[in-house]
Ligand binder design. Sequence first.
Ligand code: GDP
Length: 369
Amino acid sequence: MGFNAGIIGLPNVGKTTIFNALSNTKAEMANYPFCTIEPNRSIVAVPDERLNKISDILKKENPIPTKIEFVDIAGLVKGASKGEGLGNKFLSHIRNVNSIIHIVRCFENSNVAHVEGRIDPIRDIELVNTELILSDIELLENAKIKLERKAKSGNKEVKKRLELVCEVIKILNNLDSGKALLDEKLKEKGFGDDDFVLLKEYGLISLKPVLYLANVGENGLSNTYSDEVKRYAESTDAQFLSISGKIEEEISELPPDEKTEFLNAMGLSESGLTRLIKSSYKLLDLITFYTTATQLQAWTIKNGSKALTAASKIHTDFSKGFIKAEVYNYKDLIEAGSEHALRESGKLKFEGKDYAVKDGDIIKFHFNV
Ligand code: GDP
């Protein structure tokens, strides 16, 4: 199972431009087993400075980075929840992603029409979010009807679920024009982790983490429009980033050495796309661990995952026949300077299957099949 982020936004905000730029970046990694699943899906390497440092110390060539998938979800217009535009198809795609990159148009260009007539980022955001909330309400209303039927038997679990669904519908109906704060409100009402697990089954869009991406045009990385988006993101506990889609697309088409030159000339240490990929990864609450047995490779798991889950990422044999994990952390390796010194320092530990993997762990699994 991979992790993915869906790119959404009104038409003509720069989704395709930014998605194409992301798609171009994957070609940079000669050693990267990327693939394009469908024209609107792209798997890209997650830039990770640690991987190169580990590669230097352990003398492992051609490290394999971990990856994240981006999905370009076109088709959102006003009325999508009522079937306008691509309507339900659009909404089902969005239910299937782990997080949302909501692109907001913050660039002026008289040659590119704005579907709502003029640039107004907050109106755009709320228009999109309202459609998303309406679609969640509709989904839950349907679930409620089924649950009410089932609840007649007196089943406690069903009753509890019905209560939860009714509460979520109430909250969503009162959310102030699309501020996606459903989880906060649920917590205020005393709903806990178990309830969120139940809700996950419905694939509620309102519960997915969101990053607002201001597409700012060619004159610098912020303007008054993007400032508005930033404030909105802060007020709703969402992430924010601004980039210029057009410039990123141009940079992504350059050969690697020219790219570095271009960025240096602009006084930037990394491209907007690199920032976007890293932020998308962070948004998902993921951590990276590494294996070095055959080739140095970075892997992704959800923060808080156990060693057994990490093992199953690599091969089912690793988890089925799990014996123990030999673990040390990237930071200790850097401090020690070599694997030999690290072993001497006593920082290498043997852990069982319930060990909570930490970001930057370098793991060798022992297994028996
Ligand atoms: P989508 O409908 O959201 O996928 O939008 P597109 O990526 O197709 O972009 C719509 C139009 O806006 C295209 O003509 C792009 O070239 C243009 N565009 C996208 N990003 C920028 C930008 O940062 N600056 C300018 N000036 N134009 C842009």
